[in-house]
Ligand binder design. Structure first.
Ligand SMILES: NC(=O)c1ccc[n+]([C@@H]2O[C@H](COP(=O)([O-])OP(=O)(O)OC[C@H]3O[C@@H](n4cnc5c(N)ncnc54)[C@H](OP(=O)(O)O)[C@@H]3O)[C@@H](O)[C@H]2O)c1
Length: 254
């Protein structure tokens, strides 16, 4: 059997209506997982569900819209997944926000709190809701999509970077707490990826050049190039790996 096989596994992927989250959900379905597609917009989620079910059969994917800012929404996401598929083996905390661009001296308290709420506390909530059943079954993989921003300083996305650095520490702490129960927690740290989220950084040719000229691979990444890391972390291929941050950035941070 392939080490990457996910047959019989159930995965929730937040922010999976497009971008990195969609690619992760699609590739997990390719490996045999049942996947839960979630974002704020029901219609966008349903479109992804129809595409996945069209390829892999009805019942492979379901849509459960949820705003990561809302604890009630996240509880519903977990409850509906349990109702539909009976369990959760893999949790991918992928959705995040970056509502402020500029130096940290200019950020309002409200903006700073929003970033910490959506990028750190909401991950903590969702993990609190899902981890107990994983601990009981002594099996589970939790994946947080962080960013190489959490490894570096920045004059413009410092607030976001603080939140992404906190995600690395969240994974390390929880890896220690959950390790004795065979529940693993890891981060993926993508570099610049061609999605709506980072559009401002790659659409303008001058910015694109700035972003890629120091990169060993001389280009930005595609969402599918992050999906393989998520399949690896969800599967038997990574059963001895926990608490780590997997950098996937075309070599930028080296
Ligand atoms: N793109 C990059 O260069 C890059 C680099 C490093 C790290 N990352 C990280 O990768 C992750 C995914 O980003 P992406 O680039 O794939 O972004 P994206 O293409 O803009 O997709 C974001 C997804 O999250 C959903 N979403 C946004 N706000 C949400 C909320 N409050 N509640 C629930 N869902 C929400 C969006 O759908 P709705 O709008 O329908 O809610 C969408 O499905 C983020 O954690 C980001 O920090 C991205």
């Amino acid at each position: 059997m392939s080490l990457f096989d996910l047959t019989g596994k159930v995965a929730i992927v937040t922010g999976s209506s497009r971008g990195i989250g969609r690619a992760i959900a699609e590739q997990m379905a390719v490996q045999g997982a049942k996947v839960v597609i979630s974002s704020r917009k029901a219609e966008a989620c349903q479109e992804v569900v129809d595409a996945i079910n069209g390829k892999h059969g009805n019942g492979t994917a379901i849509a459960v819209p949820a705003n990561i800012s809302s604890k009630e929404d996240l509880q519903r996401l977990v409850d509906e997944t349990n109702r539909a598929f009976g369990k959760i083996d893999v949790l991918v905390c992928n959705a995040a926000s970056n509502p402020y661009y500029g130096p940290m001296s200019g950020v309002t308290d409200e903006q700073f709190r929003k970033v910490l709420d959506n990028n750190v506390i909401s991950n903590h909530w969702l993990i609190q809701m899902v981890a107990p059943q994983m601990i009981e079954r002594k099996d589970g993989s939790i994946i947080i999509v962080s960013s190489i921003g959490g490894l570096r300083g920045s004059p413009t996305i410092g607030v976001y970077n603080v939140s992404k650095a906190a995600d690395f520490q969240l994974a390390r702490n929880l890896a220690v707490e959950f390790g004795p129960h065979n529940v693993r927690v890891n981060c993926i740290a993508p570099g610049l990826i061609k999605t709506d989220f980072a559009r401002a950084l790659w659409e303008d040719p001058e910015r694109y050049k700035q972003s890629t000229q120091g990169a060993p691979l001389r280009r930005i990444g595609e969402p599918i190039e992050i999906a393989g890391a998520a399949v690896f972390l969800a599967s038997a291929a990574s059963t001895f790996m926990t608490g780590q941050a997997m950098v996937v950035d075309g070599g930028v941070t080296i």
